[in-house]
Design a protein around this ligand. Structure first.
Ligand SMILES: NC(=O)c1ccc[n+]([C@@H]2O[C@H](COP(=O)([O-])OP(=O)(O)OC[C@H]3O[C@@H](n4cnc5c(N)ncnc54)[C@H](O)[C@@H]3O)[C@@H](O)[C@H]2O)c1
Length: 333
């Protein structure tokens, strides 16, 4: 099939590169309003067709699918037009700027029997796939908490705050790994430079004591990409900055037993071995591109579909509402 990639800024060229080597892709049409970006893609990928008019690309019936990597505020109008033109759509994260827009796109794709996917890239990494397998196999036990830190210096986005930019990744990972439904969100943050929050702390609550916490920051002196997952049997430490051994499984835990006497509850700690499982090193974006093409051809089921994108946007939107109300708890429907 022919695939259009719209938006050739920071992230779009990665999609062009991956789709250029994805099975069943006959040609890639790269589209941007900015002629300099088009020329730069033309130099790097001589076989890619260049297009400056997105409407012309959408009107071209030979293009069956498009990937959209433009700023978040433009996701909805571009994806709506692409779906209405009969194209399968892969949208960059986050799926849309509001849950209402995301829901509209999910329904539109469904009514037209088209594939709508979201680029939650981390879901396709060897590390997240391994954690998913361990959790599903019951090795970690019941999850008690999910705690993530994603901080570094920049890149400031101009149309969204740091939660929509960075926490989207961790919330999408949580949504993939934790199979329970979140019930409420609280967020605090502050803006120092361009009017958008550049540091934020988000808490997502579930029933039965499970809680998730996300710390995101564009103005940190060091790059930290860590997620800790506590289970009743074992605990996981995922450090994406580590060159190898990104995932470590700790056979550590706590057991509480009720005893007669002064201490009603006896807390005991268990410390066993730690191991770092082997991880598949395939490029996440290449797996995503392949899953999108296969899904569009009816040969696979999307791993990160429009509904996954919608659920993440619901949490992001609730976090924004909480931010505006000084961290008050926002209930999710
Ligand atoms: N999955 C990831 O890990 C990841 C990483 C970075 C960015 N992103 C996402 O990718 C998207 C783009 O981010 P970026 O940092 O590359 O932005 P960017 O500003 O660097 O690039 C956006 C490009 O889109 C073009 N554009 C805007 N409107 C257009 C239109 N109507 N038609 C054609 N081209 C248009 C701009 O000219 C620009 O070249 C965002 O949604 C962002 O969240 C995802």
């Amino acid at each position: 099939m022919k695939i259009g990639v719209v938006g050739l800024g920071y992230w779009g060229p990665n999609l062009v590169r991956n789709f250029s080597s994805t099975d069943n892709v006959e040609s890639v049409i790269a589209c941007d309003l900015d002629e300099r970006r088009l020329r730069s893609i033309g130099k790097k990928f001589p076989s890619v067709v260049l297009e400056s008019d997105v409407k012309r690309a959408f009107a071209d019936e030979s293009i069956e699918a498009v990937a959209i990597a433009t700023p978040v505020s433009t996701h909805f109008p571009l994806a709506k037009e692409a779906l209405e033109s009969g194209k399968h759509v892969l949208l960059e994260k986050p799926l849309a700027a509001t849950a209402k827009e995301a829901e509209y796109l999910v329904n539109l794709a469904e009514s037209k029997s088209l594939v709508l996917m979201v680029d939650h890239t981390f879901i396709y990494t060897g590390a997240v796939r391994k954690m998913h397998q361990l959790i599903n196999d019951g090795e970690i036990g019941r999850i008690s908490y999910f705690d993530s830190v994603r901080v570094n210096l920049g890149l400031f986005q101009h149309d969204v705050n740091v939660i929509w930019d960075l926490a989207t990744h961790d919330i999408s990972i949580m949504h993939y790994l934790v199979h329970e439904k979140p019930v409420s969100v609280a967020a605090s943050g502050s803006a120092h430079y361009n009017g958008h929050e550049d540091i934020a702390y988000v808490v997502v609550n579930f029933n039965d004591g499970l809680m998730a916490h996300f710390h995101v920051n564009w103005i940190a002196p060091v790059k930290v990409r860590q997620i800790m997952i506590g289970g009743t049997k074992k605990m996981i430490m995922y450090d994406d900055v580590e060159p190898s051994e990104k995932v470590k499984i700790f056979d550590k835990g706590v057991t509480a037993s009720t005893k007669e006497g002064i201490y009603k509850t006896l807390i005991q700690y268990r410390t066993g071995d730690m191991y770092a499982p082997h991880l598949d090193g395939a490029e996440a974006l290449s797996l995503l591109c392949s899953n999108f093409v296969q899904s569009a051809l009816g040969q696979a089921i999307p791993v990160t579909d429009g509904n996954a994108g919608l659920e993440v946007v619901r949490i992001l939107e609730a976090a924004d509402r909480s931010l505006k109300n000084h961290g008050s708890l926002v209930t999710l429907d």
